[in-house]
Ligand binder design. Structure first.
Ligand code: THU
Length: 136
């Protein structure tokens, strides 16, 4: 499938699950969708709670769904959040993605409206630390 075709699938999956976001504290609803190494799409939304720092980001939820289903690697990931400006993964989620992805995969950040920002993981998380450091 071409990037254009898979991005349509990922955008629709991220947008659909974004509608299920539980974000009453920030009112900032985010959806994420992963194309995994098994060819399937795994999606997640942000889930907040009254103890604010304990919330889950959409990317973390999507990674949970991927791992729980038995897939191993992120091949492409799409993030959709409020507004027109692209919603890029937070610093913590860049590291979470790093655990399960090669540095050259593309992360597509999207507002609900507007144009997407397409960046490699290496661009969003330069000089990163990863699991290979622990096996040296
Ligand atoms: N959030 C995500 O889920 N993913 C991002 O990439 C950026 C931020 C969530 C966390 C919190 O629930 C809300 O957006 C506001 O920060």
């Amino acid at each position: 499938m071409s990037h254009t075709a898979i991005d349509k699938v990922l955008f629709e999956a991220a947008s659909a699950i974004r509608a299920r976001s539980y974000s009453p504290y920030s009112n900032f609803a985010v959806g994420a969708a992963i194309l995994a190494d098994d060819g399937q799409v795994y999606a997640g939304c942000n889930i907040e709670n009254a103890a604010f720092p304990q919330g889950n980001c959409a990317e973390a939820s999507a990674i949970s769904a991927m791992i729980a289903a038995g897939a191993k690697r992120i091949k492409r990931i799409y993030v959709v959040g409020n507004g027109a400006a692209p919603v890029t993964p937070c610093g913590g989620c860049r590291q979470r993605i790093r655990e399960f992805a090669d540095l050259d995969i593309e992360i597509i950040s999207h507002g609900v409206d507007g144009e997407p920002l397409i960046c490699t993981l290496e661009h969003l998380l330069p000089h990163s630390f990863g699991p290979e450091y622990l096996s040296r």
